[in-house]
Design a protein around this ligand. Structure first.
Ligand code: ITT
Length: 199
């Protein structure tokens, strides 16, 4: 019997990346958009990416009665002591846009020299099944913060993030290239291997 796996994310851009990264598994992968009467979004009260990833996966697994995967991710900027970190989605305040976040980040980095502009994206990919099966994978991609937004691919901070050993931002790379290098690509390739042991 083909099992169902729910991508427990309310961020359409992220959910689309996850659908791509979870393609061709022996699971029927579906998004939250396929459910009527969805519960309210959970509050992300965890202090770490791992806690928030489990919080989201178990919240939806309990309410939908289906195995779920969730991603908690964000950008850690060294010159800002790890900010915006777990607060990446709402760095510029509640309801803010990607542009608001990028503008705030550029302002915070004004006057910071290239050598000090190091940063990383972090992704925790959590699976919560129905029989108390819980599993998490963490991955990062190192890089630096550009001086202006470049490129229209991807989402969030992608136009400002230049992965290590590259000159283009994630925003300038086609999606397949980003997936090869990214925190999310790396974490979900590891989670796929775990899911394959379950099926
Ligand atoms: P869900 O919790 O519903 O999945 P969310 O957007 O609130 O959606 P997070 O709490 O994990 O998800 O916040 C992740 C934020 O980190 C995201 O909104 C972006 O601002 C940033 N981010 C994460 N991965 C990124 C990526 O690959 N490219 C650019 N920005 C990214």
């Amino acid at each position: 019997m083909i099992k169902t796996l729910v991508i427990a994310s309310n961020n359409h851009d992220k959910a689309a990346e996850l659908a791509e990264l979870l393609r061709d598994l022996p699971w029927r992968v579906c998004s939250l958009a396929e459910f009527n009467d969805l519960p309210q979004e959970p509050e992300e009260t965890g202090q770490t990416f791992e806690e928030n990833a489990f919080l989201k996966a178990s919240y939806y697994a309990e309410r939908l009665g289906l195995p779920c995967v969730a991603d908690d991710s964000g950008l850690e900027v060294d010159a800002l002591h790890g900010a915006p970190g777990v607060l990446s989605a709402r760095y510029a305040g509640p309801g803010c846009s990607y542009n608001d976040n990028n503008a705030k980040l550029l302002r915070a980095m004004e006057g910071v020299q290239d050598a000090e502009r190091t940063a990383r994206f972090v992704c925790c990919a959590a699976f919560v099944g129905l029989d108390d099966v819980r599993h998490v994978e963490r991955a990062t991609v190192e890089g630096r913060i550009a001086h202006a937004c470049r490129g229209s691919h991807g989402f969030g901070y992608d136009p400002l993030f230049i992965p290590e050993d590259h000159t283009q931002t994630f925003g300038e790379m086609p999606p397949e290239r980003k997936h090869e290098l990214s925190h999310r690509g790396r974490a979900f390739r590891k989670l796929r291997s775990f899911l394959e042991t379950l099926s």
